[in-house]
Design a protein around this ligand. Sequence first.
Ligand SMILES: Cc1cc2nc3c(=O)[nH]c(=O)nc-3n(C[C@H](O)[C@H](O)[C@H](O)COP(=O)(O)OP(=O)(O)OC[C@H]3O[C@@H](n4cnc5c(N)ncnc54)[C@H](O)[C@@H]3O)c2cc1C
Length: 261
Amino acid sequence: MGETKKTDVVVVGAGPVGLVAGLALKEKGISSVVIEAEPYGRPRAGSRAIYLHNATLKLLEETSKGLGFTLARNGIIWPVKRTLYKGKQVYVRNYGVTDNKDPHHLPHFTSLHQHEIEKYLYEACVHAGVEFVWGEPVQTMDISKSGVRLVTENGNVWEAEYVIGCDGARSVVREQAGLRFEGPRTADTFIVVDVKEDPDNPLPLERTFHYQHPAMGGRNVMFVPFKDGWRIDLQLLSSDKPEDYMGVENVKKMDAESDGP
Ligand SMILES: Cc1cc2nc3c(=O)[nH]c(=O)nc-3n(C[C@H](O)[C@H](O)[C@H](O)COP(=O)(O)OP(=O)(O)OC[C@H]3O[C@@H](n4cnc5c(N)ncnc54)[C@H](O)[C@@H]3O)c2cc1C
């Protein structure tokens, strides 16, 4: 038999949304706990969300003093945006500004790996005293007039006035609340490749979108720099088999066929 604990709010999931929810509640003095299915220090695959806009940085700075500036200075700003169509450049813009270290102004964006973003969010949570429970997947949830009752796979029970479901795309909270995941879906398939920057031979910090890349059989390719790495998004054709493009060996083949962005 597990324990029954009470708090005002249970936040389910310690991804970026759960971390920010836990932090915001703590800063407002509302008692809460963040319950995460995976153990502490779990690996977080892929670069995923690598871009924080100025509005997001401002919001995070308002939520937790210093957080926006920490994220800004630990990311990079790419000053050049380039668009090509079938091998020819059709648009280029050089913003010129690359200062992300200004202690008084947040930049218009910063770009860093999602697991790095989560690291800084988590550090802010720890600093603020947010309570975490790791390795406890929420299994069931009952909603009543007095609040919510959550039971984890380990048999522990949490009773709270509110629950915030931050448990990702396959949310148990959403499913248990009888809600649907709304919004449109694209049928397109993308291969996302993360490449580590070569510190001895760094590439120029440019975001390049190449529509119908001739060296990639007319597929669309996007190259985006982030701190210490590059993200390559390859949009497959509807006739492609994704497995032909997945894995290190297939990515090396793409590199051999293509002569650059
Ligand atoms: C390949 C890829 C590329 C992406 N690229 C981008 C991009 O370029 N830009 C962008 O903005 N976004 C991108 N994303 C999306 C981005 O990663 C997500 O939007 C972001 O992680 C969502 O954050 P979240 O906190 O809502 O959920 P998640 O990061 O999914 O975190 C959910 C957390 O909840 C936990 N959890 C799940 N079930 C339970 C449970 N039952 N009980 C307790 N805990 C639970 C999970 O273990 C996880 O830690 C990409 C995603 C992928 C997969």
